[in-house]
Design a protein around this ligand. Structure first.
Ligand SMILES: C[S@@+](CC[C@H](N)C(=O)[O-])C[C@H]1O[C@@H](n2cnc3c(N)ncnc32)[C@H](O)[C@@H]1O
Length: 271
């Protein structure tokens, strides 16, 4: 990969997706090499040219998938779900008791484990009252591939093994003749999957009560992160909560939210 080829790739990733790979040539090369060898393209230049001409965005999507990680699992960073169950949901239940409509967003949902975990926790919390509330979880990602997987909702035995037994029994069914587990339809109906690039303006009519923005900002540089956090703040209800990955940080000066814990933030106006 020549320096010019690398430049074209990292500039595209940066300008369209906020993904900063400018200091990671070896990683980029390492991840694309095999793909190129098995493809019809002789050189990176040929591949990049084809990608630029491909108005369907398929090649670009493929490249983003190869360069980012979709790693996720059920109940990842369980403290967040405990906090949701013990603090956030009781607070929202009290506050939104008239409209009974909650906007909860898993903003880089990957293959669905995070939004399905949210939907399970919400279901458990509201119990029999759930029918009287609209608590659908919106789940978005830029990768079409992971979104298709998420919507199918089929996971291996290994992927569901850490789930509490009662959740596994209640929300999953074993796919006949396999060791795979499928999310039951009634839980699938509680999650809406959509393609969305976090670099774009938020398309929602309503403001959010809870946003999970976890383990995606690792790709973004300081400026991109700052703009994204501001955008999410503006699109959030007063009193709403933002969860970020436990290894991620937001610069204090760039953060309009009040920090509750190291990865949990609250929008509190007029403080
Ligand atoms: C490591 S996964 C995080 C999954 C889940 N939030 C978690 O914490 O387990 C990161 C996801 O971010 C997505 N992603 C990367 N850049 C994005 C962007 N600009 N807009 C939306 N999603 C993006 C990737 O496709 C990937 O599925």
């Amino acid at each position: 990969m020549t320096d010019e080829e690398f430049r074209r790739i990292y500039q595209l990733l940066k300008s369209k997706y906020g993904i900063d790979m400018s200091a990671k040539k070896e990683i980029v090369k390492g991840r694309l090499e095999n793909f190129l060898r098995l493809s019809k393209y002789e050189t990176y230049t040929e591949f990049i040219n084809a990608m630029e001409l491909d108005i369907t965005g398929t090649l670009e999507g493929k490249m983003v998938d190869m360069l980012t990680t979709n790693h996720t699992y059920f109940f990842r960073e369980p403290e967040h779900f405990d906090y949701l169950r013990e603090v956030v949901l009781p607070e929202l239940k009290k506050r939104e008791n008239v409209n009974r409509d909650l906007c909860i967003w898993s903003a880089a949902c990957s293959s669905g484990e995070e939004p399905y975990t949210l939907a399970m926790i919400i279901g458990e919390f509201f119990g029999l009252e759930r029918d009287r509330w609209d608590t659908k979880v919106l789940a978005t990602d830029i990768s079409k591939e992971v979104l298709d997987k998420a919507a199918r909702g089929i996971y291996t035995e290994n992927q569901v093994k850490e789930l509490p037994e009662h959740f596994k029994r209640y929300y999953f069914r074993q796919v006949e003749g396999t060791d795979k587990y499928e999310v039951k339809d009634f839980l699938k109906q509680e999650v809406i999957f959509r393609e969305f690039n976090l670099m774009n303006p938020l398309p929602f009519k309503r403001k959010m009560h809870v946003v999970f923005l976890r383990n995606v900002m690792i790709y973004f540089d300081v400026e991109t992160k700052k703009k994204l956090i501001k955008k999410i703040y503006d699109g959030m209800e007063d009193g709403g909560y933002l969860f970020i990955g436990k290894t991620e940080t937001i610069d204090r000066e760039d953060c309009p939210f009040r920090m509750i814990r190291s990865s949990i933030y609250k929008k509190q106006q007029g403080r």
